[in-house]
Structures are given as C-alpha cells and as structure tokens.
Design a protein around this ligand. Structure first.
Ligand code: SF4
Length: 267
C-alpha cells in the first residue's frame, strides 16, 4: 500500500477527509496571534545535579564563590540525560507521592513536530510513556493522517510528568501550582528539541503554554496560529475528549491541517 493510500485509510478511520493539500501562498486565512510566554520561577527542592540554593552555601567559604543557579535556571541548562534523571527523581510537587512512574516524553529528540498533552493517566503512569491506550491509538492515527509517526518524526510530551488523581483515584487536570512546578522540564525539552511546530492537545496544554486565563475555552483558541515564544502553536482537542465526542473529529482534522500549513510556512 502506498503512503497516500495508507493516509487515506487513517483519515477514513478518523471520519474525515480529503487528504490535506497545502494552500497556495502563505498562511492565508490564519491569524497569527502573539501569546504570553509561559514561565516564572518556582523555587523548590533541587533535583539531582542541581546547585543548592544560596542559603545553603557556607557563609565561611572564602570569596569569591560561584553564584548558585536557581532550580529553574539549572534545569534550563540540563542536557537530555540530566533532565531525564531530574524528572525521574523529582519531588517538586505533590504528584510525586502517588505516581508509579514519571512520564518524561517519547519520540525523536530532533523532531520538527511536538505534541503536548495534559498529563499521564492510569495507563501512562504504569507504562511510563505518554498517550498509550485508546487515546494513544487515536493520537497515533492522527499522526499517521499527517504523515507522521510516533518515535520517528514527532515528539510527544505532557505538561506534567506525573499522574494527577482526585481523592477517588480518578484522573483530574493538574492544578496551576503543579503546572508551574513542572513547566521548566517541558520548557527545557522544547529548547532541546527545537521543533518547528507545537500542537497543544486540549485545554490544559493550550492554556499552560500560552499563559491564558483558565476560563478560556478550547473553542476560542482553535483556528488560530498562536506563538509559543517564536514557535507556531496550534490548539486542538485532546484525543481522550475526541473519543467521547466523535463529532468533533472533523474539527480536529481542520486543526491539524492548519498545523500542517503552519509547518509548511516555516520551510
Ligand atoms: Fe516533579 Fe512534575 Fe512530577 Fe510534579 S509532576 S513531581 S514537578 S515531575
């Protein structure tokens, strides 16, 4: 089966079509919106390999002494190995207490495409990999419809690396404090990957990356090419939402077409 035929099969499974064809010219019909950059300092217990806070430095040390990095600043200078180790051992927020495994991210670390979800669910927490189970299968089909494949030319990560659960053990969105504690890891991943396009999957990913008001609905963020720093960022629905709302798959496909146009415009 040719690549074109394979993509057609995936699109049919998603209930959408036809195959994407790039518009002539530049991103006509899309609006480029500047967005606030996510960021902010969160001081907490230092992960392994991170310099201790200034207060911990001996007052008796002979001058001159090196100025210690804040935790966030130290994370911003980590390589992949140190970053992955820091996440694996992280206790920066309370989500560390209930996790089985941290979910760092998966895929090509030089990918042009970065897909960002909310946080691990039960399956991800057990496997240590983002987007497994039915939502992961749908995401893989969405990628395939775009000519992409997990692990080959896309990277997949989440806003938080540990599973948030409510008092009954059910999945819940991460709190603003948990997002703030975990964002420096994703920010460093983005800096290391240097993707050409980011696709935010769902409300938590979109609002966290764009720094928008928590009450902003996804529907208001769709259809626009936003910016995360200099990078084009497109918002679409989370695959888990699409599994519950099949009629919105066509809207998701329109979002992915917008993302492909934005990607083509970066060439
Ligand atoms: Fe650390 Fe992020 Fe896990 Fe919180 S969610 S413990 S900040 S890795």
């Amino acid at each position: 089966m040719s690549d074109l035929a394979r993509r057609a099969v995936f699109l049919e499974e998603m209930g959408v079509g036809p195959l994407w064809v790039r518009r002539a010219g530049t991103a006509a019909g899309s609006t480029v919106a500047a967005a606030d950059e996510a960021g902010g300092q969160v001081m907490a217990e230092a992960p392994p390999g991170v310099a201790a806070p200034a207060a911990a430095v001996s007052q008796q040390a002979a001058a001159p002494v090196a100025v210690p990095l804040s935790v966030d600043a130290a994370i911003s200078e980590m390589d992949w190995d140190r970053l992955q180790q820091a996440v694996a051992e992280c206790t920066r927020c309370g989500l560390c207490e209930g996790r089985h495994r941290t979910v760092f991210g998966v895929g090509n670390r030089n990918a042009q495409w970065l897909f960002v979800g909310e946080g691990p669910g039960r399956n991800e927490d057990q496997r240590g990999e983002p987007f497994v189970g039915p939502a992961g299968k749908l995401l893989d089909n969405m990628l395939a419809a775009m000519g992409l494949k997990r692990g080959e030319n896309a990277y997949i990560a989440n806003i938080v690396k540990c599973r948030p659960t409510d008092d009954n053990g059910r999945d819940r969105p991460p709190s603003p404090e948990e997002v703030a504690a975990c964002m420096p890891y994703l920010e460093r991943q983005i800096a290391l990957i240097r993707p050409q396009v980011i696709v935010a999957l769902g409300k938590t990913a979109a609002l966290s990356l764009l720094g928008r008001d928590p009450d902003t609905p996804v529907s208001r963020l769709r259809g626009t090419v936003h910016r995360y720093r200099e990078l084009p960022l497109i918002v679409t629905y989370h695959p888990a939402y699409l599994l519950r709302n099949m009629a919105d798959k066509k809207k998701a496909w329109a979002d992915l077409c917008l993302a492909m146009n934005a990607h083509a415009d970066t060439a």
